[in-house]
Design a protein around this ligand. Structure first.
Ligand code: BGP
Length: 474
């Protein structure tokens, strides 16, 4: 047995992390533009800040990123050379609707992605498009409070109408919200949420999550109406929890943590709030305002497939003393003594990918799609600009091996695999350039210096051979 013949190998990026051109073509500003490196970064991501205007003291790497806005032809040609079958990218909402609440879309923005999708098709690359990858127009945040406001559903719906109609025939794979569960952990980044002093943050987060879930279901409906060929997926920041010990209290805690993540996918995949979530919300005094018809919308418009990112498994304990944070990750996790870690403290667990895939396939029985996986590392080019990233190859080979086991030995139906940051880009979590994931090195540093020249790393040829052999030659 092997991976399916039409397995979608490729790579993934997000608009604001690679495009740059933040004010080109009429683009408006979004939450993701105002995340600086260093000082106040976590305050901004967690929504604990008071103002949103640019601060001259900060450098905002995402504003220029790797300038893919102007260089996408060169980059897509390199993806084509690697043999990509798919390229996952996101649409910057503010290129299409600069403020978010306009009636008519911005033609320049629509045209930009149309050209980009056509470029992909020249190389036989099928675009896989994330409708929102952590981005929310700043105007919608300032005027409406981001996703806490029900009106966001309508604004998102307008975006969907515009892009589904315009890109009919060019795009058939869509993801509604990147890592939808991040709203609970990094609410400003995930949903443009910020909090007033003394506000019940959980209430705001879950109400906003409800709006996103409704928006996602409506998007699924419109996608299917516009073109029955369209396939719509949800997207989870996945990674199953392990109990720290076999103490049933730890095991129970791990189950609770997994449920907090799977809650979103349970709704998007099964079309209703799961019983455990209703009980939890009731217990915690969180009241979700639903409009008439919401339940029917959710039920009638479940996703076609389930996509997820996987970087690591997680560990939890019922003992708060044991539950200390590992460095650099927005998910709380106890350090796992059986695993190595990346330079950013993300623990490396290929078997955890198989465990996570099995858990998801058992739970949903729908095709899965791994749309992010990879190793963030400091790459040091030699005098010719060449990076020998054997560590990245080792990470990816082990994860692809585990993924194949989930398919071949456990019977998981898997549509494809897109590695994260196939070309170096700005990190979402740290705002830095120095945390790199790519097969292609980009000459650019944290302060914005560098020629932006693209150079193939060792992993470039390796991944090319992986794709050519449909995952046999690792
Ligand atoms: C995911 C995001 C991506 C991406 C990736 C790696 O959470 O969907 O946007 O950046 O993680 O994270 P980081 O950039 O923090 O290394």
């Amino acid at each position: 047995m092997a991976l399916r013949e039409d397995f979608l190998w490729g790579g993934a990026t997000a608009a604001n992390q690679c495009e740059g051109g933040y004010n080109a073509g009429g683009r408006g500003l979004a939450n993701v533009d105002v995340v600086p490196v260093g000082k106040d970064r976590w305050a901004i991501i967690t929504g604990k800040m008071k103002m949103f205007d640019f601060d001259d003291d900060h450098f905002y790497p995402a504003l220029e990123a790797i300038d893919m806005y102007h260089r996408y032809k060169e980059d897509i040609a390199l993806f084509g050379e690697m043999g990509f079958k798919t390229y996952r990218l996101s649409i910057a909402w503010t290129r299409i609707f600069p403020n978010g609440d306009e009636q008519e879309p911005n033609e320049e923005g629509l045209k930009f992605y149309e050209d980009l999708f056509k470029e992909c098709h020249k190389y036989g690359i099928e675009p896989l498009v994330t409708i929102t990858h952590f981005d929310c127009p700043m105007h919608l945040i300032k005027e409406y409070g981001g996703w806490r406001n029900r009106k966001m559903v309508g604004f998102y719906e307008n975006l969907c109408h515009a892009i589904f109609n315009r890109y009919k025939g060019l795009v058939k794979y869509w993801l509604t919200f990147n890592e939808i569960n991040i709203i609970l952990h990094a609410p400003f980044m995930g949903a443009g949420l910020y909090f007033e002093e003394g506000e019940n943050e959980e209430q705001v987060k879950f109400q906003s999550a409800h709006h996103e879930l409704i928006a996602s279901a409506i998007a699924t409906r419109i996608a299917h109406e516009v073109d029955p060929e369209n396939q719509v997926g949800c997207m989870l920041a996945a990674g199953n929890y392990y109990p720290y010990t076999c103490d049933p209290k730890d095991v129970f805690k791990a189950q609770q943590e997994d449920r907090e993540n799977y809650f979103f996918i349970d709704v998007q995949s099964r079309g209703e709030y799961p019983a455990y979530a209703l009980k939890k919300l009731e217990r915690e005094g969180i009241k979700i305002e639903m409009e008439e018809g919401d339940k029917e919308i959710l039920k009638a418009n479940t996703v076609d497939f389930i996509s997820f990112s996987y970087y690591s498994s997680r560990v939890t304990s019922a003992d708060p003393e044991v539950n200390a944070k590992t460095g650099g990750n927005i998910f709380e996790s106890v350090k796992n003594p059986y695993l190595d870690a990346s330079e950013w403290g993300w623990q490396i667990d290929p078997l955890g990918l198989r465990i996570t895939m099995n858990a998801m396939y058992d739970r949903y029985q729908k095709p899965l799609f791994i749309v992010e996986n990879g190793l963030g590392a400091v790459d040091v080019p030699d005098e010719n600009g060449y990076v020998e990233d054997d560590y990245r190859i080792a990470y990816m080979a082990a994860h692809i091996e585990a993924m194949k086991d989930a398919v071949n030995l456990d019977g998981v139906d898997l549509l494809g695999y897109t590695s994260w940051g196939c070309i170096d880009l700005v990190s979402a979590g740290t705002g830095e350039m120095k945390k790199r994931y790519g097969f292609i090195y980009v000459d650019r540093d944290n302060e914005g210096n560098g020629t932006l020249k693209r150079t193939k790393k060792k992993s470039f040829d390796w991944y090319k051979q992986v794709i050519a052999s449909n995952g046999e030659d690792l």
